[in-house]
Design a protein. Structure first.
Length: 526
């Protein structure tokens, strides 16, 4: 059977093959029909050369031209939504509706359109002008960006159309997309539409390229190559740290989203006030998509007492009776089983679930574990390791002081939540715990589970290590996400007609926000 082609320098062509693979239907455990290549370094080398040429051309293109491409890519993806969603369902077992068709695909095209608006406006680049000194600066493209997408969001985080892709392109960079082997067919369909949009809008041929899979050594080499401007990665801590070591050794920026257990603190008066509502919210958050979200609530901190015991009993009953979903792959199921066993070895007890199977295809029973606050503090490193999937650990602290020590023992996370009384009865405990939780999470939520990540300019989908590789950046939220794939450029005493349009005396759009002599304005420099 002929292997599916890769996309290099504007052409679909056969790979220089170092191996081959097929995706699997997780619900049936059967391999799918199409075969895909594992590319050799020769393919990487050709993609890098084409990306360098494309980067040079993109630096001369306006934000409006790049925005036209992103808008057209969104239109073309929308036009093929049914075929894309059907294949994504087949490759991931994620529900067609509402997950893929009604939530993830609209989010994907919305991100592309938001990125287009940012590129067209230009304010994301923070153009800054000191008139008296005649020094001007702005953020500008960093160069070819390699995007490595995850398995759990085949559309919204896809390497060839997802959030990192949109941000890198909007900032003016070409993208080399490295697909995820769990959903290569979905990535191919998306790449076909994106490449067609690039052709229609006059983008450089090397602006969008696709390799399906690389050997481990070639992936590390790609992240460290001198021709790469930066890398965006979403995946496991193990793989992310290997890539980071390679990129750091070469002095190359890399932006990682890795592991997070997203602690949720539930205070006693909140349970006394609305326990049933919180149970509903927690169960929905923990089991949605079989728990395969980077913002899944993997750790719940409670204060020991009658309300907390009732909460755990209600959650356990719901976990036992709720359908067991299909996991994305056999490797995800194996890793989840190993993680649950690690939690047990650290002192946690199974309350519900804890066994392989229970659902169609690759699956693991909905699992709730518990441990005392004292035990957690004695084995904090082991008990806060991520169990990616439909599992969560509850910690029962003796009092607020012990809960504070538990929070202080946590590694960095994407999110942290605190549920408290609406009447203010938990305020002292809230402020005590929030002051310790705040520096350990990127996003602090009040009375809300962390699963949803809104595509909002104010969103931070980032956090301290090991949630990410750098706490100062976000993977979601435009325009901030664009700045990961940029460099700060400065012009000192450069003549006006030689400056980038964003820094010239005349505001290029009339609407771009520029900081002129310390004041943000739309006005031209006088």
């Amino acid at each position: 059977m002929q292997l599916q082609p890769i996309l290099i320098d504007g052409q679909w062509r056969q790979a220089d093959v170092a191996g081959e693979f097929r995706a699997e239907n997780p619900a049936t455990r059967e391999p799918l029909e199409e075969s895909y290549p594992v590319s050799s370094w020769r393919d990487c080398d050709e993609a890098l050369n084409a990306a360098v040429a494309a980067a040079a051309r993109l630096r001369g293109m306006s934000g409006a031209q790049i925005a036209h491409f992103l808008d057209r890519a969104a239109e073309r993806i929308d036009s093929q939504r049914d075929a894309i969603v059907r294949l994504a369902h087949l490759e991931t077992a994620l529900a067609i509706s509402p997950r893929l068709a009604d939530i993830e695909l609209p989010r994907t095209t919305n991100q592309l359109r938001q990125a287009a608006a940012a590129a067209r406006d230009g304010s994301w680049a923070l153009p800054t002008i000191d008139v008296k000194a005649n020094i001007r600066s702005c953020f500008a493209p960093i160069g070819p960006v390699c995007v490595l997408g995850p398995n759990n969001f085949p559309l919204a985080f896809n390497s060839v159309c997802g959030g990192d892709f949109a941000a890198a392109i909007a900032a003016g960079n070409p993208v080399i997309a490295k697909g995820h082997p769990s959903h290569p067919g979905t990535t191919r369909l998306l790449a076909e539409e994106v490449r067609a949009a690039a052709d229609e809008t006059g983008m450089p041929t090397g602006a969008v390229q696709l390799l399906y899979r690389l050997g481990p050594a070639d992936g590390l080499r790609l992240a460290a190559d001198p021709r790469i401007g930066a890398t965006g990665f979403t995946g496991s801590r193990r793989a992310g740290l290997k890539l980071k070591a390679a990129a750091d050794a070469a002095g190359k920026p890399i932006y990682l989203e890795m592991s997070s257990i997203n602690p949720v603190v539930i205070l006693p008066h909140a349970l006394a006030e609305r326990a049933a509502e919180i149970v509903d919210q927690f169960v929905a958050s923990c089991l949605a998509g079989s728990g395969q979200f980077c913002t899944n609530p993997g750790l719940v901190i409670l204060l020991a007492g009658r309300e907390s015991e009732a909460f755990l009993a209600a959650v356990a009953d719901r976990f036992r009776t709720a359908p067991v979903g299909t996991l994305l792959a056999g490797g995800v199921a194996s890793a989840l089983a190993a993680s649950v066993e690690n939690l047990r070895s650290g002192g946690a007890n199974i309350v519900a679930g804890g066994t392989v199977g229970g659902g169609p295809g690759h699956s693991f029973a909905n699992t709730l574990l518990r441990v005392s606050g004292r035990q957690f503090l004695a084995s904090a490193a082991a008990l806060q390791s991520e169990a990616f999937g439909n599992a969560s650990l509850s910690v029962l602290a003796a009092d607020v002081a012990e809960a504070s020590r538990i929070v202080e023992s946590l590694e960095g996370n994407l999110t942290g939540s605190i549920y408290s009384s609406s009447a203010g009865h938990d305020d002292l405990a809230y402020f005590e715990l929030a002051s310790r939780l705040r520096p350990r999470v990127g996003r602090l939520l009040g009375d809300k589970m962390p699963t949803g990540v809104a595509v909002s300019p104010a969103m931070n989908h980032g956090g301290p290590f090991p949630a990410t590789g750098h706490p100062g950046f976000t993977a979601v939220g435009i325009p901030a996400s664009l700045r990961r794939f940029s460099m700060l450029t400065c012009y000192d005493n450069v003549r006006n007609h030689r400056l980038p349009q964003l820094l010239a005396d005349k505001n290029p759009t009339g609407q771009t926000w520029r900081c002129v002599d310390g004041r943000w304005t739309h006005e031209d420099v006088q």
